[in-house]
Design a protein around this ligand. Sequence first.
Ligand SMILES: Cc1cc2nc3c(=O)[nH]c(=O)nc-3n(C[C@H](O)[C@H](O)[C@H](O)COP(=O)(O)OP(=O)(O)OC[C@H]3O[C@@H](n4cnc5c(N)ncnc54)[C@H](O)[C@@H]3O)c2cc1C
Length: 204
Amino acid sequence: MTFRLTADQRGIRDQILRICATFDDDYWLDRDRNGGFPHDLHRAMAEGGWLGIAMPEAVGGAGLGITEATILMQAIAESGAGASGASAIHMNIFGLNPVVKFGTDEQRARMLGPLIAGDEKACFAVTEPTTGLDTTRLKTMAARQGERYVVHGQKVWISTAQVADKMLLLARTTRREDVSSPTEGLSVFYTDLDRNFVDVREIE
Ligand SMILES: Cc1cc2nc3c(=O)[nH]c(=O)nc-3n(C[C@H](O)[C@H](O)[C@H](O)COP(=O)(O)OP(=O)(O)OC[C@H]3O[C@@H](n4cnc5c(N)ncnc54)[C@H](O)[C@@H]3O)c2cc1C
């Protein structure tokens, strides 16, 4: 096994570093001092087509892998953006990977297309105030009521939730006590982040 980058991977890295060179230390110092989201970097990444690096070509992505996406993230971080600059982008690249892997064609087009274009931002909500790394014990419950799900619970530390338009939300649809394996009975929902969760749609 070799960890050496291929010529294509070096090319990705070089192109990202070139884009990031336009966001200098003063830009990031300003973001740090004001706590603002780097919307211009997000837009630049979308315009370069980079947000779809690990998403299917059928929906406008590049169809590359998590390794290439990681190279992209590392280049952003080392450019001076640091972890918070990289985190501002990474949710839109990795967060919806469950949809990349398990979504239907219709779901991929509807959910991934706007992310790749940079028209929407998404976050991924797993962690809860009383449930950290022991994910299968999360307490957020989604109960079906007719055509909708009603969700009750709390989420915390959700990167970019302050600016996201959409949230991929992990919740229990069957209680842990009622499943044979703790990983069963968990579902993800993709919802508008209007803070009222009025448009909850089940993915699986
Ligand atoms: C910068 C940042 C961004 C984040 N963004 C997101 C996000 O976008 N979405 C999201 O859902 N979450 C996010 N998180 C939360 C993160 O994913 C983790 O879930 C969270 O940090 C862990 O929760 P906790 O602090 O309650 O730790 P705990 O789960 O309480 O763990 C505390 C310590 O106990 C250890 N521990 C836990 N369980 C066991 C066990 N059974 N046996 C032995 N040791 C154990 C852990 O290794 C750890 O050292 C983010 C966190 C950070 C710091």
